[in-house]
Write a protein that binds this ligand. Structure first.
Ligand code: FAD
Length: 279
């Protein structure tokens, strides 16, 4: 199979918490830039908890000459606060946002003037017109708080109709879930690109714990294999690389519009998968 180097990839980072983490991330970014990402995105702690770190990392990426997307979550936020942050992002030269509802840590009330990501998308469009390319989140295996699979699909459609340009999915290991989701989206008459979010498998326990909470299913056979490796990190990584590369190959054969990698601020696994894919 011939693989074009122009195939779009993007890389996601989280804002580092320490100066050492920031240094490490700078090195990771330089390694990943060699793959010519369409953009790099930086996550945003719900409730604005990482705003300084998110915006700071976005600034660095832009200064490195790479297109940067700031994630932006609205839960607990006020319209005035969002307006001010949008102005700041625009002044920084940011052209792409990943607009999210976010999750507040338990114990926080919902509060704020936004209830759903669709409210944020509509607000950004109303306030800033076409200044930003707006990405939204998609859940091929259904968001964990959705009333039903269909309600979640309709919620996704609402975000798109509110003005989203494209979507990035929660990670998944079952290509059929993604393909069916895209079919359903197209049946609703929506033609936005839906880019698969890809989680390289770098360890077992964190992945297994995290997946239950975020609406991503680890298929039984993968879960059991990972658990069976115990502390054998080398075997977990080798198995993970095979599984995730195979998933990406399947998705590329199906004509996906790009791949968005959840790098977890590490380069090795993402680079190895890109190598195997010829990207
Ligand atoms: P929404 O689209 O608002 O959906 C949230 C829930 O509400 C869903 O169950 C949906 O079905 C339901 N819903 C939506 N609209 C309605 C309605 N009108 N009526 C009834 N129900 C409705 N989290 C962070 O904190 N920071 C990040 O940087 C971050 N980045 C992410 C990036 C990607 C690509 C993805 C997939 C997720 C990311 N998340 C991030 C996680 C995300 O914040 C959570 O999954 C959150 O619970 C939902 O956010 P959302 O934007 O998808 O919400």
């Amino acid at each position: 199979m011939s693989l074009s180097t122009a195939f779009p990839v993007s890389f996601e980072f989280f804002p580092p918490k320490t100066p050492e983490g920031a240094d490490k991330l700078r090195a990771v970014r330089q390694q990943l830039y060699a793959r010519r990402p369409e953009f790099c995105s930086v996550t945003y702690g719900a409730g604005g908890s990482t705003q300084a770190g998110t915006f700071g990392t976005v600034r660095e990426i832009l200064a490195e000459g790479v297109s940067a997307a700031s994630h932006f979550s609205c839960i607990g936020a006020t319209k005035d606060g969002v307006r001010a942050q949008l102005a700041e992002l625009k002044a920084m030269g940011v052209k792409r946002l990943v607009a999210l509802r976010g999750d507040l840590p338990s114990g926080y009330g919902i509060g704020g003037e936004f209830h759903y990501a669709s409210d944020l998308v509509a607000f950004i469009r109303a306030e800033t017109g076409r200044d930003f390319h707006i990405e939204v989140a998609a859940y091929p295996e259904v968001h964990p708080q959705a009333r039903s699979s269909d309600a979640d699909l309709q919620a996704f459609a609402t975000k798109v109709r509110a003005g989203a340009d494209s979507a990035i999915t929660q990670y998944f290991f079952n290509a059929d879930a993604y393909l069916r989701f895209v079919q359903d989206v197209r049946r609703l008459g929506l033609d936005v690109p839906v880019v698969p979010g890809i989680m390289p498998i770098m360890g077992a326990s964190q992945l297994l714990r995290f997946s239950d909470a975020c609406g991503a299913e680890i298929p039984r056979w993968i879960r059991l294999r990972l658990q069976g490796y115990g502390d054998d990190v080398a075997s977990i990584r080798a198995f993970g690389l095979d599984v995730v590369t195979h998933l990406c190959e399947q998705l590329r054969r199906e004509g996906v519009p790009g791949l968005h990698f959840y790098t977890m601020n590490q380069s090795a696994a993402t680079l190895e998968i890109c190598d195997r894919l010829g990207l």
